[in-house]
Design a protein around this ligand. Structure first.
Ligand code: ZN
Length: 310
């Protein structure tokens, strides 16, 4: 399968329009060895001309236009990207659905709670029902493998499958208390594991780091794109951009005790790549000791346009 990173930054992108942290200001002035990045967006393809969107970023329109392979084909005049899988109802994951509203029949997979948040309380997403046929929602279920593309014949191993891995994060703060209390916590944030011809790709742009299932999933995968949002647990407090720690926001930090870099991953198989990198994160600076520490710990750092074949 092919995996392409259209955007690699956390919410706000890099630089962020209203941020003057050392990274953002140095990138603007041209004195930082770093790449600008759009907000996290990944597409995965089991075969030519079939692409699945993993979430729908606020930068989605720009990201699609920058990727000629994702343009509608001349022959059929239909888009090769009609299916979207959502990992949570966070603004960064769903805002781009509004970019897809141009009367395109869409197929969205999500946990039932995410669907309820978007359809019961946020009426703006009803624009997706104007297409003919209207948007089709299908539920993902914890740890259940579902076919996204069925095998071409009985016994063939060419199908494309997906499994939702509950990651036990929180629901977004924009939803009402009454809805929140009626939702199951294991549906708030998931990772997605894709399986094609015995290769496995795990996508977890938000990783609270709770329990062991997520680490087992990384270990059994050939490629894992993982939450690289923050270097330190108190990163946003130190830059006065929030009063919450990284962990309180559902992101295991890279450094520190029990940080992502110190997790006891099995050596060898999985190619581990950080994505969803916040503009305050020092790993964005390619000359920094933190950037070096990430590479020394066996991780790569995603950038816009990065591509994998697995
Ligand atoms: Zn910044």
């Amino acid at each position: 399968m092919r995996v392409r990173v259209l955007g690699s930054a956390a919410g706000g992108g890099f630089p962020q329009w209203n941020c003057n942290c050392p990274n953002c200001s140095a990138l603007r002035s041209g004195s930082l060895k770093a790449r600008p990045r759009t907000q996290a967006q990944v597409v995965v393809s089991p075969s030519p001309a079939t692409w699945f969107l993993l979430n729908a970023s606020p930068d989605l329109r720009q990201q699609l236009l920058a990727t000629p392979e994702l343009a509608p084909s001349a022959a059929k005049s239909t888009s090769p990207v009609a299916t979207i899988l959502l990992t949570s109802a966070d603004v960064d994951c769903v805002m781009g659905l509004l970019h897809l509203r141009e009367f395109q029949p869409l197929h969205i997979f999500s946990m039932p709670a995410v669907r309820r948040i978007l359809t019961e309380e946020n009426s703006i997403f009803r624009v997706l029902t104007r297409s003919n046929p209207p948007v089709r929602w299908d539920n993902l279920q914890p740890d259940r493998i579902i076919p996204l593309v069925p095998p071409s014949a009985l016994g063939m191993k060419d199908g494309f499958f997906c499994k939702a891995v509950p990651l036990f994060g929180g629901f977004p703060d924009y939803i009402s208390d009454s809805l929140r209390h009626s939702l199951s916590p294991d549906e708030a944030v998931i990772g997605l594991q894709f399986i094609h011809k015995e290769k496995r790709f795990f996508y977890a742009p938000s990783l609270p780091g709770v329990g062991d299932d997520w680490r087992r999933t990384v270990d059994e995968s050939d490629l894992a794109l993982l939450d690289g949002t923050f270097w330190k647990d108190d990163e946003l407090i130190a830059t006065k951009r929030s009063t919450k720690t990284a962990r309180e926001m559902g992101h295991v930090p890279l450094s520190g005790p029990h940080g992502l870099l110190s997790q006891p991953f099995r050596l060898g198989k999985a190619r581990r790549v950080l994505i969803h990198i916040n503009n305050t994160n020092p790993v964005l600076n390619e000359d920094s000791r933190e950037h070096r520490a990430v590479r020394d710990a066996g991780f790569e750092i995603a950038y816009d346009g990065m591509e994998f074949e697995t």
